[in-house]
Design a binder for this molecule. Structure first.
Ligand SMILES: *Cc1c(COP(=O)(O)O)cnc(C)c1O
Length: 387
């Protein structure tokens, strides 16, 4: 989200050349339906943590709700409270919102007031929830997360007797049991092991719904869908394992505008550190996008020794793919537009840095990272525009 101060300034100044990410809400909904169709009778939820993977949790959740999604996953209680408010403002009141990141006792009243379902992942979480609901004199559903091999968050087998006792004592209503797949997008056999272990845990809570699959897990076959899936990156058009290839539409298009164009002689250099040495006369377009906007410095141009052995990133301008030149700087990136007809690139021309023409996963590869990091790292100056 744009910070309030920036939004105010921007309204007054009316700049059109700032970086922008366009969010194709129809593609988002289509991706949700694609995933939903993979899961037979099970429901398909949505991970909208980290502000909807950087695209605006309120906007993407409303669109997904309208596509039929009723189960939303956030990391923190504060994210859940904000999401409840945003959904309620559009009369979307029957959404279930789960908070993945465990629970502090001080957050229980907010959970109860806004009907958040905490995902309890430790005995401390279970105790905090029990104490909180007792104090409030209320009962409310909770979810349990079990540890099945990722060794990140989750209850293990030794916790079962205590959890069962809390359930029997009436302070714990287990609505959902879940675990998280560590390798759903890889073929190392771990998913099958995790699934088997998860089903053993789940058998202890026969009345509870089951949730296992993240995005890549949705593609692993019917045994993984269970009652509810939790896709994130696939909704937003990112790679979700080899089985997702060609089945998801790009959702986010990052564009930025050319500020200047200049021709530079062979033998000169461009950018910080003179890192790009020009082997030919080169037309350079300077674009208003940089690492402060989340366009990573590690995506700098070929020859810049920031990533061993990877080509630099490319952008798409005037119908052509062009290389990033030299080092990406804080607010600016250089493109080599020598091969684009001169009259097609001028100040104000927008270049695509990822989107339908530049797969976000290619940019991520060039920067040595993953699409998740590019999306969630989009900076506050990047305008989010839904369409
Ligand atoms: C982030 C997250 C998801 C979604 O993962 P994707 O790989 O984006 O589909 C699902 N479940 C849990 C527990 C998560 O933390």
């Amino acid at each position: 989200m744009t910070s309030p101060r920036l939004a105010e300034t921007s309204e007054v100044v009316a700049q059109t050349r700032m970086p922008r990410v366009e969010i194709d809400l129809d593609a988002l909904k289509a991706n949700w339906r694609t995933l939903d169709a993979l899961n037979g009778r099970g429901r398909t939820g949505a991970a909208v943590k980290a502000d909807g993977y950087g695209l605006g949790a309120a906007r993407v959740s409303a669109a997904l709700y309208d596509a039929g999604c009723r189960d939303f996953f956030v990391a923190w209680v504060e994210e859940g409270v904000a999401l409840r408010r945003a959904l309620a403002a559009g009369d979307r009141n029957d959404a279930r919102i789960y908070v993945l990141q465990g629970l502090e006792i001080g957050a229980v009243p907010a959970c109860l007031a806004t009907r958040l379902v905490p995902v309890l992942s430790s005995l401390a979480d279970v105790a905090a929830w029990g104490e909180g609901v007792e104090r409030a004199g209320r009962r409310a559903p909770a979810a349990l997360q079990f540890e099945t091999g990722m060794n990140r968050l989750g209850l293990d087998a030794a916790a079962l007797p205590i959890v069962k006792a809390a359930e029997a004592g009436g302070t714990l209503d287990v609505a959902l049991v879940m675990t998280h797949l560590a390798s759903a997008d890889e073929e190392n056999g771990q998913s099958a092991e995790q699934r088997a272990l998860f089903l053993r845990f789940a058998a202890e809570f026969p009345q509870a719904e089951r949730s296992l699959a993240n995005s890549a897990g949705c593609f692993l076959g019917p045994g993984y869908g269970c009652d509810l899936t939790r896709p994130g990156i696939a909704l937003y058009g990112g790679w979700a394992g080899a089985l997702s290839h060609g089945r998801l539409r790009p959702v986010a298009t990052l564009t930025a505008a050319v500020l200047q164009v200049r021709t530079v002689k062979a033998g000169e250099a461009a950018g910080y550190g003179a890192a790009a040495e020009l082997s030919r006369d080169t037309r350079i377009a300077t674009v208003g996008l940089g690492y402060a906007d989340g366009y990573l410095r590690a995506a700098s141009g070929a020859g810049v020794p920031l990533r061993e052995g990877r080509p630099g990133a490319t952008a798409f301008i005037a119908g052509q793919h062009v290389p990033v030149l030299g080092r990406v700087s804080m607010d600016l990136t250089l493109l080599d537009v020598t091969d684009v007809p001169a009259d097609l690139v001028e100040p104000g021309t927008r270049a695509e840095f990822f989107g339908p023409n530049v797969p976000i996963d290619d940019v991520a590869d060039a920067a040595g990272t993953i699409a998740y990091e590019l999306l969630t790292g989009l900076g506050p100056r990047v305008r989010r525009v839904g369409r």
